[in-house]
Design a protein around this ligand. Structure first.
Ligand SMILES: [Fe+2]
Length: 138
């Protein structure tokens, strides 16, 4: 597979593993049961995306990364819970931006479809978390 596409997919995979780890940590810190459920669901999505990204890299003949991005440390460094959630959503927006930037370089139709749906899934999860924050979830 083309190097830049492999690198892009592995970078996204590292970010999704970091997102999953962060969400798992935040799930334990949420006091509202509904927010806890939402974070658990988003963590599950992040794990799913990481797994699918690795699957596509291997399917296309590349080497799948299993690293975890440094985003985990960045979120740990934020003092308050709400700030952590806001940083998480900024990270999720970065993922959408990266997908949109790189989509024109992706020629494989299955990978393209997966990435489009992954970006949409991120939009939904960002929206759900923003709504929870507006509703005062903690
Ligand atoms: Fe993500």
């Amino acid at each position: 597979m083309e190097n830049h596409v492999e690198e892009f997919l592995n970078t996204l995979g590292d970010a999704e593993r970091a997102g999953g780890r962060v969400l798992h940590e935040l799930t334990g810190q949420a006091s509202s049961l509904e927010l806890r459920e939402l974070l658990k669901k988003v963590a599950h999505d992040e794990g799913y995306y990481a797994g699918e990204l690795a699957h596509h890299v291997r399917r296309l003949g590349g080497n799948a990364s299993n690293k975890t991005g440094d985003f985990v440390e960045k979120v740990r460094a934020v003092g308050d819970f709400r700030g952590k959630l806001e940083l998480l959503n900024r990270g999720q927006r970065w993922v959408i931006r990266k997908i949109n930037e790189n989509l024109p370089n992706v020629s494989d139709p299955e990978l393209k479809a997966f990435l489009v749906v992954m970006a949409q899934g991120h939009e939904l999860n960002i929206g759900a978390l923003e709504q929870a924050l507006r509703d005062g979830a903690s």
